[in-house]
Design a protein around this ligand. Structure first.
Ligand code: 6YU
Length: 501
């Protein structure tokens, strides 16, 4: 009888799809997804640049190994290259920092000797590792990861690099600024000064060398959607308000009000909208409003912007084995990851480019990465302005005034009205409790009201894999399982009434 429960999922990103998929597989046949846009996938978004496939959102399977559900599904659907499937690839544990072959260029147009920079990289990785230890150790000597890094580099550099020449030493400090900008992209934050030192270690990595989907990340989405009954997803149907504890229609405790005026009743709703959207719209999205402790966690958790700028060339200007290009500004030896005048020099926040590999598949395409307010400003510029600024940047750093991109394409996640940024991070003042609060269903425990009216999934509700696709999938499954076990443990489940969407 419980299989007749009417369940509405808000959002057709991977967490919403995973939730619906799990429920349908368990035999629930009144499961519907309401999606604001005309497409499935949310922050998984595969596009094309000329003949090339490019990912505007999620790019890699982070930690492709047995415990990663994205890896397991992708393997099952036959979506991965053979190298990604090898036991060696799955066993590689790189702690979230893939060992890419770098090229370093400086703002005076020089290709730098990587050997000069490696000691700075080594020190920085050590500090990242140490930053992640405070969560389990308790206590935090500094409020943010940025503060900790700056203070420790100053001390350690004074000791370890005391015998090296001033120019190399200054260059290494400039390289640390570059690495902080990389971390801003990884963490999806404006500045590492906003990432809580004590909470940084909440994020956990999985073994496995990151891999991509040769046919595009959306292949995973399409495979899962094809296993849902047709008509399960309603597109272009933004939800305006979730009325829970809906006393007027007692048989269905939840009433979902859509932007187009349509109202849909349900026994349960699984909300998977991004944290950025929640931050902006929580006050109108829920009636009654979210309980204070949940609302405070929505406000405390960080949700920043990380954008990509894809650039295609006729021929490469980087080494054949190069996998990442770092751009080191020689005036940044004070270890900064924020640009003072965003409008004039937003491009200084772009840390560099990853090179799309293999070349036979992608041609000569690189992906520029830029986080924070500078990235949000970049979104407001025309594609021509972005192309012009990126071209000037590359010419300056290579010292080659003739380099010209063939095509440029950038993402605009901050101005996407249904996402409002890229992904979540543990901001200063956050703790594991905030992620617990995020995933807590409504009404909250102890209430005598009908349970599990509103459930919460989505990347920002995972206790340790937030900001990832695998984290999002696991939260969708978690909330589906919560409902499945609720009904299977009920002694006499009440049959929800028949109703049509
Ligand atoms: C990963 C990666 N990756 C790059 C960039 C981005 C992200 N991620 P969705 O938003 O997908 O779905 C919600 C839906 O709801 C959506 O369709 C909306 O339209 C809809 N909606 C909203 N409002 C609505 C309403 N009112 N009514 C109806 N519908 C509504 N993850 O694993 N590998 O390489 C990257 C990357 C540029 C933007 C990523 C990556 C993040 C994932 O994309 C993201 O988590 C999931 O897709 C989210 O799915 P969802 O279902 O929750 O929401 C220490 C420490 C370090 C911490 N970080 C380290 C990890 C770094 C993460 N790295 C990311 C890097 C890249 C490159």
């Amino acid at each position: 009888m419980s299989l007749k429960a009417k369940i509405v999922v808000i959002g057709c990103g991977i967490s919403g799809i995973a939730a619906a998929h799990r429920l349908v597989k368990a035999g629930y046949h009144q499961v519907w997804i309401l999606e604001a846009t005309a497409r499935s996938g949310g922050r998984i978004k595969t596009c094309t640049l000329g003949d090339n496939i490019v990912e505007m959102g999620a790019n890699w399977i982070h930690g492709p190994s047995e415990k990663n559900p994205v890896f397991c599904m992708a393997r099952q659907y036959g979506l991965l290259d053979p190298e990604a499937l090898t036991p060696e690839n799955q066993a590689m544990d790189v702690g979230g920092h893939p060992p890419w072959v770098p090229n370093f260029f400086s703002s005076s147009g020089r290709k730098l000797n990587a050997e000069d920079i490696y000691p700075a990289q080594e020190m920085f990785f050590e500090l990242m590792y140490e930053s992640s230890e405070f969560e389990s150790e308790g206590g935090e000597p500094w409020a943010s990861v940025g503060d900790f890094v700056r203070s420790e580099v100053q001390q350690r550099a004074a000791e370890k690099w005391k015998d090296i020449d001033a120019t190399t030493r200054s260059l290494r400090l400039c390289a640390i600024s570059n690495m902080l900008k990389v971390e801003c992209c990884v963490n999806g934050t404006h500045s590492m000064d906003q990432v809580g030192l004590g909470a940084f270690g909440l994020y956990k990595t999985l073994p496995g060398l990151d891999c991509t989907f040769p046919g595009g990340y959306e292949d995973l989405v399409q495979n899962l959607i094809s296993e849902l009954p047709s008509g399960s997803v309603t597109y272009n149907r933004p939800v305006r308000c979730v009325h829970w504890n809906n006393t007027e229609k007692r048989e269905n405790p939840v009433m979902i009000e859509c932007d187009d005026g349509e109202s849909i009743t349900a026994d349960h709703v699984i909300v998977t909208v991004p944290l950025g959207y929640l931050k902006k719209h929580h006050s109108t999205l829920f009636r009654p409003p979210l309980p204070l402790h949940k609302l405070h966690s929505v406000q405390r958790l960080g949700f920043g912007t990380n954008n990509k700028i894809f650039v295609e060339f006729d021929s490469p200007w980087w080494d054949a084995d190069c996998e990442v290009i770092y751009l080191v500004w020689e005036d940044e030896d004070v270890m900064v990851d924020q640009v003072p005048d965003v409008q004039r020099s937003w491009i200084k926040k772009l840390f560099g480019f990853t090179v799309l590999k293999p070349t036979e598949r992608y041609g000569h395409v690189m992906c520029g990465w830029i986080a924070g307010h500078e990235s949000e400003y970049m979104e407001t510029l025309s594609e021509q302005e972005v192309t012009h600024t990126v071209t000037q940047l590359i010419r300056r750093f290579t010292g080659n005034p003739t380099i010209a991109p063939r095509r440029v394409l950038r993402s605009q996640w901050f101005h996407d009205p249904w996402t409002c940024g890229s992904y979540s991070y543990p901001a200063i003042g956050c703790s594991a409790q905030d992620l617990d609060n995020m995933m807590e269903p409504l009404p909250t425990k102890g209430s005598l009201l009908q349970p599990l009216q509103v459930l919460f999934a989505g990347e920002a509700t995972h206790p340790c894999y937030y900001s990832t696709v695998h984290g999002a999938v696991l939260t969708g499954w978690r909330e589906a399982d919560r409902l499945i076990s609720h009904y299977s443990s009920s002694i006499s489940p009440s049959e929800p009434p028949k109703s049509k969407l």
